[in-house]
Design a protein around this ligand. Sequence first.
Ligand SMILES: CC(C)(COP(=O)(O)OP(=O)(O)OC[C@H]1O[C@@H](n2cnc3c(N)ncnc32)[C@H](O)[C@@H]1OP(=O)(O)O)[C@@H](O)C(=O)NCCC(=O)NCCS
Length: 166
Amino acid sequence: MVLETKRLTLREMNLDDLDALLEVFSDPKTMQFYPKPFDRQMTRAWIERNIQRYTQQGFGLWALVLKESRQAIGDCGLVVQEVDGVEEVEIGYHVRRDLWGQGLATEAAQACRDYGFNQLNCDKLISLIHPFNLASRRVAEKNGMTLIKEIQWRNKPTCVYAIKRS
Ligand SMILES: CC(C)(COP(=O)(O)OP(=O)(O)OC[C@H]1O[C@@H](n2cnc3c(N)ncnc32)[C@H](O)[C@@H]1OP(=O)(O)O)[C@@H](O)C(=O)NCCC(=O)NCCS
């Protein structure tokens, strides 16, 4: 286990999470700001990419596991992203749609923020969000971030939210 919050544990994802994460990533509404929902192969690649990140960087997107049911219900974690030529550490999150609106993404994102500052010694953390993704923007705000700029990132309009170590 990497992190624990009141309702969640965050741990490294693995291929045993494929079915649970496919349920999250194959949902069209959850993936409305991605080119398309993931199929089984894309979800497998997502898991493998994060396993690679754990090895190469020591962190990545971790599986979110509900303590109560022990189900994997999404992911949240830290990912290195290049923004305007600078390497930044991004907090990202995805939650299974039937569990939205219960504060789970915020709970996980806040734990990842504290991990980024206290364990990884980051000076700044960001979140990259499509302007129309209001739920995600709200999570960034509840995570203490502020909108610093709007850019084109990977050919998409993107809000850059950031928080500095205080
Ligand atoms: C973004 C996401 C992770 C949020 O998960 P969640 O567990 O529902 O988040 P929380 O419950 O912690 O907070 C959501 C907040 O957004 C608000 N919200 C939800 N939909 C909204 C909308 N259409 N307009 C404005 N606010 C909205 C909620 O009211 C809540 O804020 P509040 O606590 O002030 O009421 C979830 O919607 C998701 O998985 N979306 C698809 C994947 C995604 O886009 N990830 C982010 C990529 S940048």
